[in-house]
Design a protein around this ligand. Structure first.
Ligand SMILES: Cc1ncc(COP(=O)(O)O)c(C=O)c1O
Length: 579
C-alpha cells in the first residue's frame, strides 16, 4: 500500500513510508489511517498547534505521533458551515469523489467507518451514511464484506491520477442519486427479466406467452401494405387520428371523457408521469403519493423537485382520513393516485373512499393524476371504474397504458383531461419525443377496432387469475417466511411482508437463489417513510409463464430460509385479508 502524502510531509522518510501498510488518507492536519481508521496527528502540524483550530491540539507533543483530537475543524475537508453552503452529506460525498478522481484514494482503500467519520466531522452518522450511499450508487465505492466501505475499481475509460478531476469528467458528474432514489432499479429489474437463469417476479409486465405476437405480426403486415412509409414516418404530436378517435370514443362511452376534455397518445405511462410532473409541478411543490406507490412515479416526481408526502394505503386503497389531514395542513399541488389494483399493494379504492377523495380534491382545489395502469386487468369482477368517471369538477387527469393490457413494447399510453392541460402536455411532449411511434399506435388502434384487443384482454384476465391463484397458493406454503395483507383481485402484484430478514437482504438472497423480487423500500419516497418498506418485498406474476411460479417460489423459499437461520422471526401479523 502506498502513502499518499507528499514526501516532504510524510511521517517518516521511507518510500513508501513505514506506516504505508496502513494505507493512509491525508485529511489536512490529521492523518487518518484507513486500515485501523484511527486519526493521528501529523508531525509537522503538531509542531504548529495553533493551525489546528482544536483546543486539544495545543497540548500535542511535537514529533510524537499520537491520537489526534477528533474534530471536524481539524480535518482537511473541513465542512463549510456557512448559511448557503451545500448540505454536509454533499460536501462529504464530493470530497471523496474528488479524492477518488485525483487518485488520492485508490482502489481498495477503506473509507473510515461511518460513525467515526461522523464523530470527526461533528455531523450525524446518517449524514455520512447518506454520503456513502450516494457514492455506492455511483459505483465509486462499495461495501466489502468484513472490510467496510472501500474504493471500487474504476469503470473502463475512467482516468485516475493527479489532475484527473478535470480530465475524468465522468467522475465529476452530478451523482446518480440526483436522478432520483433507486435510479437504476427499474432498468435492473427489466435486465434481470431477460436473463435465462433468473425467474423474475420483479417485472410488472404481462407474461410473454400471453403477448399477441401472431396478431400483431399480421396487423403489421397489413398496415405496411396499406400505409407504407407513413407507418415509419413522424406523426402528429398528440397521436395519429386513427387512434385518438378510437380512444376518445371508448372513453366517452365509459363516461370518462367530459365536454371540454382532450386526449393525447403518449409513449407509455412513464412519459405521462414525466410530462405531468413537468407541466403541473414546480420544484418544491408538495405532491401526495400513496405509500407504498409505483416506484416510477416516486422517482419521476422526486426528480422534478417535488416534495412527496406519502399517505398510507390499506386494503381499501388510500386512507382518506390521513389524506384529509394532509390536505388541510399542507399546500398540496397534486395527488398521484392509483385507485385500481394498485402497484405494489394490489389494493383498490373502495367506492366510499372514491367519493371521499373527490370531495377532498374539490374542497382543497387539488387536482388528481389518476394512474390507471391495471384497472382493465381485473381477475374476478370489474374494478369499480375510474375516478375520472365520477369526477364532476374536472379535477382528474386520467392516465392509462396498453403496456399491461396488450404489450409493453408498443409503448402506447393515453391521457385524458381538461383541454388546457392536454395542450400543455402536448407542448412538453413535443420537447420530449415529438411523437409516439406511429407503428405502435397503428397496432393498438387496429387491435381495438378489430375486437382483437378485447379478446386478448379476456385471455389475459383469465390467465392472470389462474396464475395469481397459483402464486398465492405457493406463497401460502411458507407462512413462517412471509405473509400478505390481501389477496389481489386484479393486476400483477403481490405485496408481501417478510417475517425474516429485511427487504434488501431478501432481494439479495433471492437473487443468489435465482429469483428476482423488488425490495419494498423502493416503493416509498426518500426519507423517513422508506423504513416502512424494510419488511416488504413485491412479487409480480413471472413474465416467463405460469410454469415458473412453482420453481421460482421454491427458490425464493430456499433463499429466505437461509435468512431465517440465525435471524429472528417476526410475529405473524395477518390483518385484513381480502379474498
Ligand atoms: C402504476 C404504473 N404506472 C405506470 C407504469 C409505466 O408503464 P408504461 O410506461 O409501460 O406504460 C407502470 C409500470 O409498471 C405502473 O405499474
Amino acid at each position: 500500500m502506498t502513502c499518499y502524502r507528499p514526501r516532504e510531509e510524510r511521517c517518516c522518510s521511507l518510500d513508501p513510508c513505514r506506516h504505508a501498510a496502513e494505507t493512509r488518507l491525508l485529511c489536512g492536519s490529521i492523518w487518518l489511517s484507513l486500515q485501523d481508521n484511527k486519526p493521528r496527528m501529523n508531525r509537522r502540524q503538531s509542531a504548529k498547534p495553533s493551525s489546528f483550530g482544536s483546543p486539544n491540539a495545543t497540548t500535542a507533543a511535537p514529533n510524537r505521533p499520537r491520537r489526534a483530537p477528533v474534530s471536524g475543524a481539524s480535518l482537511h475537508f473541513e465542512l463549510d458551515r456557512t448559511r448557503f453552503a451545500p448540505p454536509f452529506f454533499k460536501q462529504i460525498r464530493d470530497h471523496i469523489r474528488k479524492a477518488v478522481a485525483e487518485g488520492t484514494l485508490r482502489v481498495g482503500v477503506r473509507l473510515p467507518p461511518e460513525r467515526q467519520l461522523a464523530g470527526m466531522l461533528g455531523v450525524s452518522r446518517s449524514t455520512v451514511v447518506h454520503a456513502y450511499q450516494e457514492l455506492v450508487a455511483d459505483g465509486l465505492v462499495r461495501a466489502a464484506p468484513s472490510r467496510g466501505t472501500v474504493v471500487a475499481p474504476l469503470e473502463q475509460g475512467e482516468i485516475q491520477g493527479p489532475g484527473a478531476a478535470a480530465g475524468s469528467w465522468t467522475l465529476t458528474l452530478p451523482p446518480l442519486a440526483a436522478l432520483g432514489s433507486d435510479s437504476g432499479l427499474l432498468s435492473e429489474i427489466v435486465g434481470a427479466t431477460g436473463r435465462g437463469d433468473v425467474i423474475s417476479f420483479a417485472s410488472a409486465a404481462p407474461p410473454e406467452d400471453l403477448l399477441p405476437v401472431a396478431e400483431v405480426a399480421e396487423l403489421l403486415q397489413q398496415a405496411f401494405e396499406e400505409l407504407g412509409p407513413r407507418l415509419v414516418g413522424y406523426g402528429p404530436v398528440d397521436g395519429i387520428p386513427e387512434l385518438t378517435e378510437v380512444l376518445a370514443l371508448r372513453m366517452r362511452a365509459a363516461g370518462a371523457m367530459a365536454e371540454g376534455d382532450g386526449v393525447i397518445v403518449l409513449s407509455g405511462s412513464t412519459q405521462g408521469l414525466a410530462l405531468a410532473a413537468r407541466v403541473l409541478v414546480e420544484p418544491g411543490d408538495e405532491v401526495v403519493v400513496e405509500v407504498p406507490a409505483y416506484l416510477g412515479a416516486i422517482q419521476t416526481f422526486e426528480l422534478a423537485g417535488a416534495r412527496l408526502i406519502g399517505v398510507p394505503v390499506d386494503a381499501d386503497g388510500i386512507r382518506t382520513d390521513s389524506l384529509e389531514e394532509v390536505l388541510s395542513r399542507r399546500r398540496v399541488r397534486l395527488m398521484v393516485l392509483q385507485p385500481n389494483f394498485q402497484n405494489p399493494s394490489g389494493a383498490s379504492l373502495s367506492q366510499r373512499r372514491r367519493e371521499h377523495v373527490l370531495w377532498l380534491a374539490r374542497r382543497h382545489g387539488v387536482p388528481i393524476l389518476e394512474d390507471d395502469a391495471y384497472g382493465a386487468l381485473y381477475h374476478v369482477a370489474p374494478a369499480p371504474g375510474s375516478l375520472k368517471q365520477l369526477d364532476r369538477h374536472r379535477l382528474v387527469i386520467y392516465l392509462s397504458s396498453f403496456s399491461k393490457t396488450l404489450a409493453p413494447g408498443l409503448r402506447v399510453a393515453v391521457m385524458c383531461g381538461p383541454k388546457p392541460i392536454i395542450a400543455r402536455i402536448a407542448i412538453a411532449k413535443q420537447f420530449s419525443d415529438l411523437n409516439t411511434s406511429p407503428l405502435g399506435q397503428t397496432i393498438v388502434s387496429r387491435m381495438i377496432s378489430s375486437g382483437l384487443y378485447d379478446a386478448n384482454l379476456e385471455r389475459l384476465r383469465s390467465a392472470s387469475r389462474e396464475r395469481m391463484r397459483s402464486l398465492l397458493h405457493e406463497l401460502d406454503g411458507m407462512p413462517q417466511l412471509l405473509e400478505r395483507d390481501l389477496d389481489p383481485r386484479g393486476g400483477l402484484h403481490v405485496w408481501c411482508r417478510l417475517r425474516v430478514g429485511d427487504a434488501q437482504e431478501a432481494a439479495t438472497t433471492a437473487a443468489r437463489s435465482g429469483v428476482a423480487v423488488v425490495p419494498g423500500t423502493a416503493f416509498y419516497p426518500t426519507g423517513m417513510q422508506r423504513a416502512a418498506g424494510r419488511d416488504r418485498i413485491r412479487l409480480s406474476l413471472p413474465v416467463s409463464g405460469g410454469h415458473a411460479i412453482k420453481v421460482g417460489v421454491r427458490r425464493l423459499r430456499q433463499g429466505l430460509e437461509q435468512l431465517s437461520f440465525g435471524g429472528e422471526q417476526r410475529p405473524a401479523r395477518r390483518t385484513a385479508v381480502v379474498v
